[in-house]
Unconditional design. Sequence first.
Length: 433
Amino acid sequence: MAVAVVLAGSAVLVPRLVSGAEPARDHLAVAAVRPSVLVDVQGAVIEEFTGDCAASRNAYLCERVRAELSASDATLVRRGDLTIRTAIDPRVQRAVEQAVERHVDPGDEPVAAQAVIAPGTGEIKALATRGGHPGGAHHSSGVQQGTSAMVYPLAAALESGMRLDDGLSTGDGYQAPAYASFKNCAGESVGDPTHTVVNRTDDGAAFTTLRSGTVAAENTFFMKLTETVGLCESVKMAQRLGLARADGAPLQEYETFALGVNEVDAVAVASSYATLAARGRHCAPRVVTEVIADGGVVRAFPPACEQELEAPVADAVTAVLAQALAASPLEGLGRDAAGMDGTADAFTAAGYAGYTPDLASAVSLGFPSGGVRRTLTDVTIGGRRHQEVSGTDVAGAIWKESMRAALAGTPETPFTALDETRFGGCRKACPPG
């Protein structure tokens, strides 16, 4: 006969001794299986890991770990007694958590999420989320990227031979000249001449350059630019840099691709910007670095990197995004940094993405639960009422504060200077006159 004894949270069968009887040799106690644990880059325990992320104090991290383990070996998710070493840097993680907590309350309806990635390795250094309900919420379902997606046709234009002061004549409204003005990667016509895209501000018709259009995040200019360089080329550039939809489906190839209509996760956005920070070298994002059992490595997760964009082209994108950050309400970090507002159409979501040579980060804010689409208008976040929320508001403030704290006391690495001979001035489409 045996009785159940609880050890370390597990029920174990132990033989009950009957008077005058010896326990059977083959009826030995079954060893308790301890839960696996997540540890940070310094080896400190973050929390236990069972694969059930609903009750996790770090649901965003837990879900990311579960996804990476499942993609490698699904048995690692269910197996216990593992030490799962992650790339989480406690200093960076603390900076992110504190910034998110300063601006978002647990009971706020919108969910804020932030991911920080090391350019050149793909290591995820921090993940945090807050809002949605009193217990916090994960953000793996993603929200619309918004205008930070403008970087993809910008990079495609520079790769095609355009220079920073090449431009296009634009107005406050854009309509596709024909259905065939935009073709997806299957060669299908996806333009919509019945739809008008407008700018957030009424600036009138003007000649807009790659530089000025990016700094202003001008919708009509990027519609015209996507038409000029090609929708498929813009989508492929996003994929090369590391962008992917949160639901695993292919990126939606609409004419408004540059306005960030795809619902993406903060990790994917941060990853694509980390590629620019690494001068065109894309490294697949990963939070798990190795799995250890009985003192030995069961599975390692080394960097997986490819040069996806010519370094001088990436440097040219960086030069423009550095100007965009400096001209924004965020102004900068006091060191070389680049960034882009991520306001979605009709304020359905808001985000900010940016980087230094050493860290890339993206913050998203929105309603990722699905169903009826809601907007960030007339909404309370962090105890403050907002008539409407743009990317440089809550998300931008979180990005700036967390990046400053994460980088404080670290060496200031400069960006590589723009190749003025190749990208300075204009060549293909100069201002009229």
